[in-house]
Design a protein around this ligand. Structure first.
Ligand SMILES: [Zn+2]
Length: 614
């Protein structure tokens, strides 16, 4: 069986893994790439599979970077079920409808801009096309992972005529509907769109099985790079292997070249609504067969409401040997408010672990609360404004929960709070409807007739007018608004008003992705570019990492360490490889040696890399 890393590989967004066996194919997560333009353009490269051949999608949780491409894949022909916990189904409904709407709005804005200033629009289009080209090359390099770099270079040089080095036409995306279909579900029809850029970029071949039954679609040709040695991953006795590709087949599968508009929405609200019909709610700890020979159990990941670690039992053949795979999804923190702690899992053949906070530790809970209280007191003393950019789901509920506790403990004055995120207030409703997911502390508060998710002096804004009116409200006050990395949403409007106001405090409570405005501010930028205009940063910028919905390095290591504790290396339940995913390269590089120090083999997969699991 094979696993392909189609997202969250050496980056934190776009989670998507394709698991293929002799008789089934499933996706684990199907997330959107977010953040900088170079990252989000990855959503536009052709799908690496024919969606009609996918039996099921298993969704760990409702964040957009885990579920955001599901409507795109459904639109492209996926017909199976999307399995998720009931809480995730409810939250994903909000997230996907919002995403469809935002994409429609974005497309309309682009169109208006293009009419208004065609020259600027052309510049942006050129930039996007260049970014798309780079993304496709990167994806191909990932599939090339097993090849000796020299071989790959030779193969590329041999087909340089196919490359896009002529500086002429920009690269284009190939609409999914135009791709050739293949009967063999094991053959990956992906990368169809890449051929005109680099014909040496090979389509992932079928499994290189012992005994080598010939396969008409993928039988090696004379210039076959599949003859290149299969590279072992990790140092285990039964390592996964990266699959080499066949250049002949890459050429055979070259599709017709078609132009696609990069400003078109990937999907609209109607597509999102249609995709939601595929969702099936399941309970934690109940095993179900999601595809022939693939049994899944969802256990609590403690990250956001409904979030899950997914455990799989996978057998290539009926009654054949089984492998156990564990996908961490996003791991929450132990001891955080509202939700239960991440589940301890102890046995697996292969583990995928997220690494968002590799190399970093969150401050202790008491310290986080003190930092929050200090920021509130600071704006109270100076008639200022506290702006908290926050992810609508999870973080917002947690910050409100903590503010409420701090008021009850008499540690902060009762300031007016504006919850300026329609999605956050809807998500809070979902949280309120699911006390079954609460931890003991929050359950006890609820039993004592407290309303743990409500702040005593809050105003929830419903439309843009109300959002804009906040600027005229009497100070001091607080705003919690989405999104958390300042890459869009209402928070950007507030930033516009407050960035050069010395009595304002911007308080980051979550992860800031590489290249985002949030990351620049957090790193101490003295000027930023807003709406194309350079603005001085005169507000205060502070950060709290302890409200993160993600485990820090110690917590990640403790969770992974459970697979090694009390076992003999290589014995039953000892993972053959731990794949480190969902992290920026620095974080992954910091975490890897520490996981190895536990005695476990590790591998940091490249984007689109395919490994054989056995
Ligand atoms: Zn998440």
């Amino acid at each position: 069986m094979h696993l392909q890393f189609l997202g969250a590989a050496t980056t934190v967004t776009g989670s998507q893994y394709l698991l293929s066996t002799d008789r089934a194919r499933i996706l684990i997560d199907c997330g959107m790439f977010q953040g900088s333009p170079n990252e989000s353009i990855r959503n536009r490269i052709p799908l690496a599979y024919d969606p009609a051949t996918i039996d099921a999608i298993l969704l760990t949780h409702a964040h957009l970077d885990h579920c955001g491409l599901i409507p795109h894949v459904v639109k492209a022909g996926f017909k199976g079920p999307v399995w998720a916990t009931k809480g995730t189904v409810e939250l994903a409904t909000l997230v996907l409808l919002d995403s469809g709407k935002l994409q429609e709005e974005f497309a309309k804005r682009q169109l208006r801009r293009a009419k208004h200033d065609p020259e600027r629009a052309a510049t942006f289009e050129k930039r996007d096309s260049a970014a798309l080209f780079a993304a496709e090359r990167l994806a191909d390099d990932g599939v090339d992972g097993a090849l000796d770099p020299a071989d790959a270079a030779v193969a590329r040089a041999a087909t340089a005529g196919e490359s896009n080095d002529d500086g002429g036409r920009p690269p284009v995306a190939i609409p999914v509907g135009e791709r050739r279909q293949f009967d063999d579900p094991r053959v990956d029809p992906g990368h169809f769109g890449n051929r005109r850029f680099d014909a040496a970029l090979l389509v992932a071949g079928p499994p290189q099985e012992a005994g080598g039954a010939s396969d008409p679609v993928s039988s090696p040709g004379p210039s076959d790079l599949a003859a290149a040695p299969v590279t072992a991953v990790g140092a285990s006795s039964a390592p996964p292997t990266t699959i080499a590709r066949d250049p002949e087949q890459a050429l055979v599968r070259q599709p017709p070249v078609l132009d696609a508009d990069l400003d078109e929405p990937l999907y609209d609200a109607q597509d999102a609504q249609a995709a939601l019909a595929s969702f099936r709610g399941i309970d934690y700890d109940m095993e179900i067969e999601v595809a022939p020979g693939i049994h899944a159990t969802y256990v609590d990941a403690g990250h956001i409401l409904g979030s899950a670690i997914i455990r799989l039992r996978v057998a290539d053949q009926d009654g054949g040997p089984e492998l156990r795979l564990v996908f961490s999804g996003d791991l929450g923190r132990t001891g955080t408010p509202i939700l239960r702690d991440p589940t301890v899992v102890t046995d697996a053949d292969y583990v995928l672990v997220e690494s968002t906070y590799g190399g970093r530790e969150h401050e202790p809970e008491a310290e986080s609360n003190k930092l929050l209280a200090d920021a509130v007191k600071l704006v109270a003393d100076h008639d200022g404004v506290l702006l908290v950019p926050s992810f609508a789901i999870g973080r917002t509920q947690e910050v409100v929960w903590e503010l409420h506790r701090l008021i009850e403990a008499g540690q902060i004055p009762l300031l007016q709070l504006y919850l300026d995120s329609p999605m956050a207030s809807k998500a809070s409703d979902v949280y309120r409807h699911h006390p079954d997911y609460y931890d003991a502390e929050t359950t006890a508060l609820l039993a004592a007739h407290d309303a743990p998710l409500d702040y005593p002096k809050q105003t929830i804004t419903n439309d843009v007018k109300q959002s804009e009116a906040i600027a005229k409200a009497p100070r001091p006050y607080m705003i919690v608004a989405s999104n958390g990395m300042l890459t869009g949403g209402r928070v950007v409007g507030h930033l516009r008003n407050l960035v050069d106001d010395p009595s304002a405090v911007i308080l980051f409570v979550g992860y800031q992705g590489e290249g985002t405005l949030g990351a620049h501010l957090q790193a101490g930028a003295t000027t930023i570019k807003l709406d194309g205009e350079v603005r001085r940063v005169r507000c205060q910028v502070r950060s709290i990492s302890g409200f993160s919905a993600h485990a820090d390095e110690s917590e990640l290591l403790a969770w992974v360490g459970n697979f090694a504790t009390g076992k003999a290396p290589g014995g039953p339940g000892w993972p053959k490889t731990v794949f480190i995913v969902h992290g920026d390269p620095d974080a992954q590089a910091a975490l890897e040696p520490k996981i190895r120090a536990l005695g476990l083999n590790t591998h940091i997969p490249l984007w689109h890399e395919i490994v054989e699991l056995r």
